[in-house]
Design a protein around this ligand. Structure first.
Ligand code: 5GP
Ligand code: MN
Ligand code: MN
Length: 480
């Protein structure tokens, strides 16, 4: 029996009031399970008070689903502390959307594109030559830092870059592609001090595993013409959607912070709470390292987008003009005056009045909401709903756990998916165990493993969080 919770509801979780916008047809058990995970993750008001901190508000989005140590689809406003585990380990993970000019869906049907994508993303074909200075600039100054360094003398992928366009695209980046910080965390020194010559980067520009992806799609349906025009989209436009994070940078800062909490005091501290007043050095260090990781994630998505464009350019034998629709992270903390807004798997969705400059001025913040490789992606616009913390779901969210999906979901026919290894590859003949493992991993990502996209989007439209702009039909998905 499925008893669905109503679209908007409030619950008491570990002594905090939580407001939820719930997916359509959400089974009550699924929602309750995610709330239980949230309860075990949230420090109680008393524990927070000992550290001079308070949680001011918590919202869950309709893609809310169980996760350890914290469920996915949570926004929390905290005063006086940062709660690092509340944004998860993939700091800066987010979505990017590009539109390609002068290309139609037909152009992407060439099977050579699949080979080219596999070559560039997985077989060492991607050539991003970065120096130690470039890497330093990325971690400290984000995407503008990288662009600043790219004036001349470039080889590989970066030599193909239209630098003026890349600078102009920064207007379409959340936070203009940079989280401010004092310097790079000493833990990242090894990455920036490799050497001073241009070297192929082994880290940035890789998709990462699991649900990270690069997907080509086609605008199928335009719901808001004015906004779509501002985004440069019309029916039939070909887009690239990128979902990726900070690879191991975020993980390293999270782990290091926890370790520093453990060793910084003789008294046992609650490692979940980094108090602004009681552990000021640790607080600054986390915020700084968080910015480094988020900056790496901005650069990573930028390079992934360029790589996708390069694959198309190679099969068509010409330069492809493109511009950015939007890029925003969904796992981050933002300091806003006294409040630290934590998002774990939730997009910022500012309303029209908060977007007073740039291409989306007086329109609202673009929200990229992917469903699955079967459902594609909705481009939405934020409505700035104050009591829902100006946020939106960041995906459809899992319906089946990874374990359930391995046996219950199926990558159906008709989906064009490219992974590091082709399960039908002749090289795998006689290795049925490996082929079965590849299939099982793909099944974790099958459309059935995720909620239907509209069951997440409709309640948010009803609750006034977002409005629809354009639906993107998936054409081809590259899965890390
Ligand atoms: P995250 O990993 O950030 O929590 O979730 C990202 C979201 O992306 C998931 O909730 C899911 O709805 C969506 N997603 C996962 N894989 C794919 C895919 O291959 N294509 C598209 N369009 N969406 C996906
Ligand atoms: Mn991620
Ligand atoms: Mn993500």
């Amino acid at each position: 029996m499925t008893n669905k919770p109503s679209i908007l509801c409030s619950s008491d979780v570990a002594g905090h009031s939580v407001r939820s916008v719930v997916a359509r047809d959400e089974p009550e058990r699924h929602f309750a399970h995610a709330l239980l995970d949230l309860a075990s993750a949230l420090p109680t008001p008393d524990a927070l008070a000992k550290d001079d901190a308070t949680i001011k508000a918590i919202v869950t989005t309709p893609d809310f689903h169980p996760g350890k140590p914290v469920p996915v689809g949570v926004v929390a406003d905290v005063e006086g502390a940062v709660l690092p585990h509340l944004i998860g380990s993939d700091i800066g993970c987010g979505m990017r959307m590009l539109v390609l000019h002068g290309i139609t869906e037909e152009d992407l049907k060439d099977p050579q594109l699949d080979h080219q994508l596999r070559h560039l993303f997985f077989q060492g074909g991607r050539d991003v030559a970065l120096t130690g200075y470039d890497r330093y600039a990325i971690l400290r100054d984000g995407l503008p830092g990288l662009l600043d360094r790219l004036g001349h003398d470039r080889t590989g992928l970066l030599s193909k870059l239209d630098l003026d366009q890349a600078w102009a695209d920064l207007e379409r980046q959340s936070d203009h592609g940079v989280f401010a910080c004092d310097d790079i965390d000493p833990d990242f020194a090894d990455y920036t001090q490799i050497d001073d010559r241009h070297r192929r980067d082994a880290i940035l520009g890789t998709i990462g595993g699991g649900n990270h992806f690069v997907e080509f799609g086609c605008v199928d349906q335009v719901a808001d013409g004015a906004f779509a025009r501002a985004a440069g989209l019309k029916s039939g436009s070909v887009v690239v959607v990128v979902h990726s994070g900070s690879l191991d940078f975020g993980q390293r800062i999270g782990t290091a912070t926890k370790e520093r909490m453990r060793t910084s005091s003789k008294v046992r501290l609650d490692w979940r709470i980094v108090s602004k007043d009681r552990q000021p050095a640790l607080y600054r260090r986390f915020m700084n390292g968080h910015a480094n990781a988020a900056n790496a994630a901005f650069a990573n998505r930028f390079l992934l987008g360029l790589t996708a464009v390069e694959a198309v350019s190679r099969i068509l034998g010409r330069q492809i003009d493109h511009h950015l629709v939007y890029d925003a992270p969904h796992n981050t903390v933002w300091e806003d005056g006294e409040v630290v807004r934590h998002r774990k798997g939730a997009c910022p969705a500012k309303g029209a009045d908060a977007m007073s400059a740039g291409p989306y001025s007086w329109l609202g913040e673009p929200v990229i909401l992917p469903g699955s490789m079967g459902d594609g992606t909705w481009l939405l616009r934020g409505c700035g709903s104050g009591d829902l913390l100006s946020s939106s779901a960041h995906g459809a969210g899992r319906r089946l756990s990874r374990q359930e999906a391995r046996s219950n979901a199926m990558i159906g026919g008709g989906l064009r998916v490219i992974g590091p290894v082709d399960p039908l590859s002749p090289a795998l003949h006689g290795r049925r165990d490996i082929a079965a493992e590849i299939r099982a991993r793909l099944n974790e990502e099958a459309p059935d493993a995720y909620k239907p996209i509209d069951s997440v989007v409709e309640p948010m439209v009803e609750a006034g969080m977002v409005a629809k702009v354009a639906k993107i039909r998936p054409l081809l998905t590259v899965k890390g």
